[in-house]
Design a protein around this ligand. Sequence first.
Ligand code: KG4
Ligand code: ZN
Length: 410
Amino acid sequence: MFTFTASCLRKLPELCHKHYVSRTCVKASSRLVLGIETSCDDTGAAVMDETGVVLGEFLHSQKEVHLKTGGIIPTVAQQLHREHIAHVVQEAMNRSGVTPGQLSAVATTVKPGLALSLGIGLHFSLQFVRQHSKPFIPIHHMEAHALTVRMLQPVAFPFLVLLISGGHSLLALARGIDDFLLLGQTLDEAPGDTLDKVARRLSLTKHPRCSRLSGGQALELLARDGDRSKFTFRTPMGQHYDCNFSFAGLRNQVTMVIRKQEQVEGVEPGALLSCVNDIAAATQHTIASHLAKRTHRAIIFCKAKALLPTSNPTLVVSGGVASNQYIRKALTLITDTTGLQLLCPPATLCTDNGVMIAWNGVERLRAGKGILPFDQEVSYEPKAPLGVDITADVKEANIKLPPVKLNISD
Ligand code: KG4
Ligand code: ZN
């Protein structure tokens, strides 16, 4: 039985990132990587040394534009990347005090993501590496999210990873920097997408406390003052004993409740409802419960198949939705029950950024994996699975979850 008590949420501790230094600390011998990210709606760049120290970083977020247009319009995202990429990279380089000639490689997200957005980053990067005769390291965006934690502390492989963002929802076992087993993934939309759409349907940009927040941030904020027991949503996929996710059905349930409440309160669609905090709390709770249950099953599966180390087994949670404290707390209760340690990068490194791409470049440079000559042709891939898909094996294991009482409280 899952019972969350949402009151008194404590902010959970998260990993610190102490790896930002002034450029005077750079070891002259260290190899340097420029990382570039444009897979969705953030234009990010960072210069990093071989030890994971960030020498310079810059990020241009398109969030405010997309909030106004009611979602990401790919052509708009593309145009904004096009307008900002040169400046973003230049600013990261300036801040680092590193010249292009001093770089050992350029690492850029080439998959998965929005085709039009990926294209801008890749085109810019290929021009850059050709101009400066530098090796190129193509990066898988989800691999970068999964590995970010290793920049903050030495987390040994294998570890379990839950990646939850606006574009993705997946559970995987990380066995090496380019070696993943995919245990489960979303069958429809990602939790961040659901939160963004629910927030839009609730017109939260009109809410005085939420006008500049992403959907997920807005719902988390409002949920703190809400009573989740006022509305009950079914946790998705209760009869499917695998680790896949589904959020579209939940969004339908929430939309129906919103429509009903608009009638009850006698307001037009688009007006702010008085019960918005309660809807936020119930939605967030159901998403947290779904994520916790699938993660619980993944842990049991990995333990049964001896895929996790017996000493210090770890769950890493990353992606934009991982910055949600309520969801983290739900997952902490699962890791406490199963004896895993839970590690979450700080919020700035959970959302898309150039630092995580530079770090993935460093990991690959150190391991000598996937480093291409500057004149090699590279294409972007909007769809790209992470690792070897063993979701069918997980389903076949047909694992029923033991009852877990989850009380989220101080
Ligand atoms: O990883 P990210 O920056 O971009 C990709 O989707 O790859 O994640 C952005 C997503 C958005 O859907 C946003 O609503 C969600 O992360 N998000 C949150 C929170 N902060 C951002 N969701 C829940 N709670 C939050 N605090
Ligand atoms: Zn992402």
